[in-house]
Design a protein around this ligand. Structure first.
Ligand code: PMP
Length: 360
C-alpha cells in the first residue's frame, strides 16, 4: 500500500531526495563521515552552500539585487527578525491580515516596532474571501508592508501582489515558496520556514533586497541581524547544516523535474482535482472563495462532523496520513506541497468518495 502524508509541516519531502539522503547518510562525498559531522567551514560544505544558493537563484530567477540567507529559527524567527531589522523611527509597519499566520506575525512585530493592522479579508456569511491587493488601502509612508501570500491554516492564497510607491513589500512565503512562479522583483524581502517545500524544520530562507540592508532597525541578536549574516555568509554561528544539505538536494530535485513552472502546473492539477471533487460532493465542503483558494493547503469539512473521528481513522488505515485540520479551525486539511504526487491526491479523492458513499 502506498502511504501519502498530507501533513502541513513538517511535510513530506520528495522520496527520491530522502532515498539519496539515506544512501549518503553515513558517508557523504566519500569523506567517510556524514555531512552532519563536518565543519560548516570545510571546503566541501562551502561548495554545497554555493551550489545550493545558485540553484535557488536559478529556480526563482533571483537577481544580483538580492542577497539570499539561510538562517535559524523557522518562520517565527523571521516574525521577529523583520521588525528588528526593518524598523524605522517614527514610522509604522503595515501588517495585512488574512488569516492565522499573518496575525501571528503581528503578535511578534508589536514587540519591536509600531504596527498598523490592515484587515484585507472580505468574508461573507458563506465564504472566506480576500479583497484584491489593488484595493488594500495603505497609509502614505509605512516603514514596510508585510503580508502572507498563503495562509497555511485557513487555506487562503493571495495570487496578486500588493505594491506601494515607497514601502518595501515583505512576504511570508513559508507555505507557497517554489509552488508557483513569483516575480521576485515585485518584493523586497521574501522569507520562508523550510519545512513545507524546502526541507527539515528550523531553517529559514530569506531573500532580501540589498538596499534594505542599510537599515539600522533596532538592537538585535546577532543571529537575527541580516547585514551581519550577509557579511558572514549565513555563518555568524554554526548553521543548521543538515537542513541546508537537504534543501540543496530538494533544489536539485526541483531542477531535475522541470523547475517551478512544472511544479506550478502539477500543483494546479492537484488542487483542481481535490477542490473539484469537494465542490461536486454533497458530503464535503470548502469555505474559501474560489479566487483565493490555496493550492497548497486544502481545508475541508464533512457536512456531518460527527463522522470526523471515523474519517480520520479509516483514512489512516488506507495510508492517507495527517488529514486532521489545524486545532484552531477543526475539520480536515490536506496539504499538497510540491512533493505530493497527483497519485496521492487521486488516492485521497477515491477514499473520500468511498467514505461518502458508505455514510450517505
Ligand atoms: N508562517 C506560515 C505561513 C506558516 O505556515 C508557519 C508554520 N506553519 C509559520 C509562519 C511558522 O513557522 P515556524 O513554525 O517555522 O516558526
Amino acid at each position: 500500500m502506498s502511504i501519502y502524508n498530507f501533513c502541513a509541516g513538517p511535510a513530506m519531502l520528495p522520496p527520491a531526495v530522502m532515498e539519496k539522503a539515506q544512501k549518503e547518510f553515513l558517508d557523504w562525498q566519500n569523506l567517510g563521515v556524514s555531512v552532519m559531522e563536518i565543519s560548516h567551514r570545510s571546503k566541501e560544505f562551502l561548495a554545497l552552500t554555493e551550489k545550493c544558493e545558485a540553484s535557488l537563484r536559478r529556480l526563482m530567477n533571483i537577481s544580483d539585487e538580492f542577497e539570499v540567507l539561510f538562517m535559524h529559527g523557522g518562520g517565527r524567527g523571521q516574525f521577529a527578525a523583520i521588525p528588528l531589522n526593518l524598523h524605522v523611527n517614527d514610522k509604522a509597519a503595515v501588517y495585512c491580515e488574512n488569516g492565522v499566520w499573518s496575525k501571528g506575525a503581528v503578535d511578534e512585530a508589536v514587540k519591536f516596532t509600531t504596527v498598523t493592522e490592515l484587515d484585507v479579508r472580505n468574508d461573507t456569511n458563506e465564504q472566506f474571501s480576500i479583497k484584491p491587493a489593488s484595493e488594500w488601502q495603505f497609509p502614505v509612508d509605512p516603514s514596510y508592508i508585510h503580508y502572507c501570500p498563503n495562509e497555511t491554516i485557513d487555506g487562503i492564497e493571495v495570487f496578486d501582489v500588493p505594491s506601494h510607491p515607497t514601502a518595501p513589500i515583505v512576504a511570508d512565503m513559508s507555505s507557497t515558496i517554489l509552488s508557483r512562479e513569483f516575480d521576485v522583483d515585485q518584493f523586497d524581502l521574501i522569507y520562508a520556514g523550510a519545512q513545507k517545500n524546502i526541507g527539515p524544520s528550523g531553517l529559514a530562507i530569506v531573500i532580501i533586497r540589498k538596499t534594505l540592508l542599510e537599515r539600522e532597525g533596532v538592537a538585535k541578536p546577532g543571529i537575527f541581524d541580516y547585514a551581519l549574516e550577509v557579511k558572514q555568509g549565513s555563518m555568524y554561528n554554526t548553521p543548521p547544516t543538515f537542513a541546508w544539505y537537504l534543501a540543496a538536494e530538494v533544489f536539485d530535485w526541483l531542477e531535475q523535474n522541470g523547475g517551478v513552472k512544472a511544479m506550478e502546473q502539477q500543483n494546479i492539477a492537484k488542487a483542481e482535482l481535490l477542490y473539484g471533487f469537494i465542490d461536486e460532493s454533497p458530503f464535503y465542503s470548502n469555505k474559501v472563495a474560489k479566487h483565493c483558494r490555496s493550492r497548497m493547503n486544502v481545508p475541508f469539512w464533512l457536512n456531518d462532523e460527527s463522522l470526523n473521528t471515523q474519517f480520520l481513522a479509516q483514512a489512516k488505515e488506507a495510508g492517507l496520513l495527517a488529514l486532521a485540520g489545524h486545532r484552531i479551525v477543526g475539520g480536515m486539511r490536506a496539504s499538497i506541497y510540491n512533493a505530493m504526487p497527483l497519485a496521492g491526491v487521486q488516492a485521497l479523492v477515491d477514499f473520500m468518495a468511498k467514505f461518502a458513499q458508505e455514510h450517505s
